[in-house]
Each structure stands twice: as structure tokens, then as C-alpha cells.
Design a protein around this ligand. Structure first.
Ligand code: GLA
Length: 380
């Protein structure tokens, strides 16, 4: 089993890069409709160690797996279908396509972001890969451009038609801040994540999601279809531009499913702005209410939660000291976040886990998290 760079390759690495997983306070399933999102980058990260190997091959090893995978840079198109290493290959592919140099190198990954958890392990791997390849190849790059290229790798190479939120939060995150990102314009601003006396508890339902499985892409398709139908009634660019009043006025053209999907998007976008104001004003109670509303909307209107995430969020919402709880990320499994008063955190975890296990038959996992810078780069 792979344990370190030296153990796999027999010599020392020269660079160490890390990129963060993320949470999202609010603004779920709106990034691909140009809506606002409010994520933050986590202490749970993907670490990658690397050294140039003077060949035309990238060797990729992961902690806990056996051996390494060789990616031939002359055949970089050929790795789209392989499981597990396609994210890394997709990043090399996008760098080459964008005219950057990619030197052969040996890479060793240790990813602490749990896979399939809704905490964006894939974005963390993509950003870490792009940055270490740029560093080892001597390319100029910005974190902003890295996020865009990472999203391209995931959509065009790996077939997951995601929005920009995860890659952006992972690359551009800042310690103790949430990022308000406008996904239409890519304008962004940092807001201090001050939750005096409260903690954000991240809980993993341990039901893995596989976003490429189609549910995510199908929701995205429904959102696009609803947009097209509504645009026959009224001129607008994206669903995030519609006020709730305007939406209700023109929405009779939608079938019941598309109506629910579009209603979630319109109302979730409004909730993001209300949540930012609540946070800035120190009104954590209001922030908690909005987080609960977001979960209900994702459950009832967008239908991306499922039994496990509903059980986890509802068990949390009933607990003393918990102001709000909701699923984060693509859904169908993965994690929730809850805002919990500090003195109740231990009891909260114990009680929620007990109720969750009684209901679904297995335990949830709770992580100690903090909000940290998105990316770190070290010469070794
Ligand atoms: C996944 C995608 C993001 C976003 C979320 C839902 O994490 O990668 O782009 O759409 O789902 O908000």
C-alpha cells in the first residue's frame, strides 16, 4: 500500500501543494444558472507532492492504493474513461490545450477530503493537480484561472457537467471568510465568517453520491428547459435574474416538475442575499432559518436529498442549540452542515448520530472543520 512519495518513487519530492475541500453556506444548485453562491474553503484538503521526472509521462500514486498509474502526455486524450485518474489526466489535458507547458513528473496524492461526500474532493484534486503541474513546469498562473480550468477539466474531460462553485471555492478560499460569488459575472467578495459562539458542524451521511451517474446532469437539464420555456413568456438571461413575483407571474407555462425546479432556483438565489445580510449583521438566528428553508426547498422542490440527507438534517434541526441544518453540494448523499451553539456541539453529535443510526441503520461521521486558505504551495 502506498504511504509516501519516497516509498513509491524512491527519492524525495521537490514541491508540496494543497487545495481545499469546501462547504457551502447557502446557494445550492444555482451556480449553473448564474446564481449567487456562498461557499468557504475547508481545512480538509488534497495534498500533492511532486518532482519532475524528465520524461513525457506523469506518474500518479495515491496514498492507500497500490502502485501508480502512468499517463503518457502524447496520448493525453486516452484517459477520459478510466476511473480515479481521469481528473488528474483531465487537468494535464486542459493545461496543454490552453497552451501551457506540462513536464513529465511523479506525483503522490494524499486527499483528506472524503470522496463522494459533497465536500468537493474532485475540485480539490483538480486544483492541486493544475497548480503542481504549473509549478513543476515553470508556468505563470493565477488561482482564478486555475479554478476555471479545473471546472473545464471536470466538465469536458470527466463528463460531470458541474458549475463553477466548487473549483472556485477550493482555489480562491480565504481563512475565516465565506466567498459571495456571482456565477454569472464571476464577481466575488469575501465576507468574514464570524459566528460568535457558534460552530459549523459538518456531518457525512456516509451515503456516497456519484454525480456523473446522471441525476445531477438531469437536474441541470431541467433547469435549462424551464429557463427556455419561461423565456418564451418574458425576456431574461438566467433564472437567477427573476424576482419571485415575476416568476410567479409567468410560471403557469411550466409543467409541475419544471415549476418546482425553477421555483427552488429563484427562491434560493433570494435566500443567498438574505443570508449574506444576516451574517454581516451578526443575525445568526436568521441565517439558521434560511439554511433550514434551503434544505426544505432542496428536498421538496429540487428533490436532490433522499432519505439519508433528510434524516440527518431533520435530526439536527430538532436538536437544542442548532439554529439550522441543510445538505450541501450536489446531493443524493454526502454531507450536511449545521450551525450549533458551541456548548451543545458534543451532545448534538451524539444525539444526531443516534437518531440517524436508528433510522438508516448506519452511522454518520462528524468532522472537525475550520475555514482556511484555499491553496498552499511549498518548496521542499
Ligand atoms: C456540485 C457541483 C457544483 C454545484 C453543486 C450544487 O457540487 O459541482 O457546481 O452545482 O453541486 O450546488
Amino acid at each position: 500500500m502506498n504511504t509516501s512519495f519516497e516509498q513509491v518513487y524512491g527519492y524525495k519530492p521537490t514541491k508540496k501543494v494543497s487545495a481545499a475541500g469546501r462547504i457551502n453556506l447557502i446557494g445550492e444548485h444555482v451556480d449553473y444558472c448564474g446564481g449567487p453562491v456562498f461557499p468557504a474553503s475547508l481545512n480538509l484538503r488534497c495534498y500533492v507532492y511532486g518532482k519532475k521526472n524528465n520524461s513525457n509521462t506523469i506518474r500518479i500514486a495515491h496514498y492507500g492504493l497500490e502502485g501508480y498509474k502512468e499517463i503518457d502526455l502524447d496520448k493525453i486524450e486516452d484517459y477520459k474513461e478510466i476511473k480515479f485518474y481521469n481528473y488528474e489526466a483531465g487537468c494535464a489535458y486542459q493545461l496543454l490545450r490552453s497552451g501551457k507547458k506540462v513536464e513529465g513528473c511523479d506525483l503522490f496524492y494524499k486527499c483528506e477530503v472524503p470522496f463522494g461526500s459533497g465536500l468537493s474532493s474532485s475540485a480539490a484534486i483538480e486544483n492541486a493537480t493544475l497548480i503542481i503541474l504549473n509549478e513543476l513546469s515553470g508556468n505563470d498562473y493565477t488561482l482564478f484561472d486555475t479554478a476555471l480550468l479545473a471546472q473545464k477539466a471536470e466538465c469536458d474531460y470527466c463528463g460531470m457537467n458541474c458549475g463553477i462553485m466548487d473549483q472556485f471555492a477550493s482555489a480562491m478560499g480565504k481563512k475565516d471568510c465565506a466567498i459571495l460569488l456571482n456565477c454569472s459575472t464571476l464577481d466575488y467578495e469575501y465576507h468574514p465568517l464570524k459566528l460568535d459562539g457558534y460552530t459549523i458542524v459538518v456531518a457525512n451521511s456516509n451515503k456516497p453520491h456519484a454525480l456523473t451517474d446522471g441525476d445531477y446532469n438531469s437536474r441541470r437539464g431541467e433547469a435549462e428547459k424551464a429557463t427556455k420555456e419561461l423565456q418564451k413568456e418574458y425576456t431574461f438571461n438566467s433564472l437567477s435574474d427573476l424576482s419571485e413575483e415575476k416568476f410567479e407571474e409567468i410560471s403557469s407555462c411550466l409543467d409541475p416538475v419544471l415549476y418546482k425546479r425553477a421555483k427552488h432556483i429563484v427562491k434560493e438565489c433570494a435566500r443567498v442575499h438574505q443570508a449574506v445580510t444576516a451574517l454581516d449583521n451578526g443575525d445568526i438566528l436568521r441565517l439558521g432559518e434560511l439554511i433550514n428553508e434551503s434544505h426544505e426547498s432542496l428536498s421538496q422542490l429540487y428533490e436532490v436529498t433522499g432519505r439519508e440527507l433528510d434524516c440527518l438534517a431533520h435530526a439536527a434541526q430538532e436538536e437544542e442549540g442548532c439554529l439550522g441544518s441543510r445538505m450541501i453540494g450536489g446531493g443524493f448523499g454526502g454531507c450536511t452542515i449545521s450551525i450549533v451553539k458551541n456548548e451543545f456541539v458534543d451532545k448534538f453529535k451524539e444525539n444526531v448520530n443516534k437518531k440517524y443510526k436508528e433510522s438508516v441503520g448506519y452511522e454518520a461521521t462528524f468532522y472537525d472543520t475550520s475555514i482556511e486558505d484555499g491553496v498552499t504551495v511549498e518548496d521542499l
